[in-house]
Design a protein. Structure first.
Length: 221
């Protein structure tokens, strides 16, 4: 099911959740290139990007002139294009359904749990309101990761006995826990941090982390 003669273009925001799709592309072995979208300076709401994704978000994957959006949809698509890489369990199986449920959990429950911390201004207008929202959000976030941490006790991978895209997607969010705004959670969630460290040690993933850090430095200077 390989794509013949086609190079995908990923519109990626450094530091964003679209890192999960970049990892999926690298793991798939499919040809691709990266276009940077600076999510901090409004690039996601520029007309060109809104034409790709009317919601003004990343990722967006150009597939022969058609833009595919949403991490879960893109990762399922890439896994099916490269079945020999076993990035997800075989389509049509219960294990695949379980893996898809994990991907959806990360995209919805886990991602959204960060919003009261990183995007508090969208949820409350006054400083007092923002403080209350952030405090409640931090407790919710901690509870979410406590549950995930317990689920990974004595479990090397999220689904089955090998790496899948569920693992890299989760590791992206675990990486967010190291941001300064979440310093109070430092040292917690040992199972998740152990799992994420295993993901980052994969050569394909490690190379992307290095490249993304270079890209982030480039847009910060």
């Amino acid at each position: 099911m390989k794509s013949e003669g086609q190079t995908f273009t990923l519109f990626h925001g450094p530091g964003s959740c679209s890192l999960a799709t970049w990892i999926a592309l690298e793991e798939s072995g499919l040809p691709y290139r990266i276009e940077i979208v600076d999510t901090r300076n409004g690039d996601t709401h520029a007309p060109a990007h809104l034409a790709r994704n009317p919601w003004g978000r990343v990722p967006a994957l150009d597939v022969g002139g058609t833009a595919l959006t949403e991490n879960v949809a893109i990762q399922l698509f890439l896994a099916d294009l490269a079945p020999e890489r076993q990035l997800l369990p075989l389509a049509g199986t219960m294990t695949r359904a379980v893996a898809t449920a994990w991907l959806c959990l990360f995209s919805s429950t886990v991602h959204i749990a960060f919003r009261p911390i990183f995007r508090v201004e969208r949820l409350a207008s006054s400083l007092a309101g923002q403080s209350d929202v952030a405090a409640t959000g931090l407790r919710t976030l901690a509870d979410t990761f406590e549950k995930l941490d317990a689920l990974l006790l004595d479990r090397p991978w999220v689904v089955g006995d090998r790496f899948t895209l569920c693992d890299s997607y989760l590791a992206v969010y675990v990486r967010w826990l190291d941001r300064p705004a979440l310093a109070s959670l430092a040292g917690r969630f040992g199972n998740l941090r152990r799992h994420a460290a295993e993901v980052w040690q994969r050569p394909s993933v490690a190379s992307i982390i290095d490249r993304e850090q270079s890209l982030r430095r480039g847009i910060e200077t």
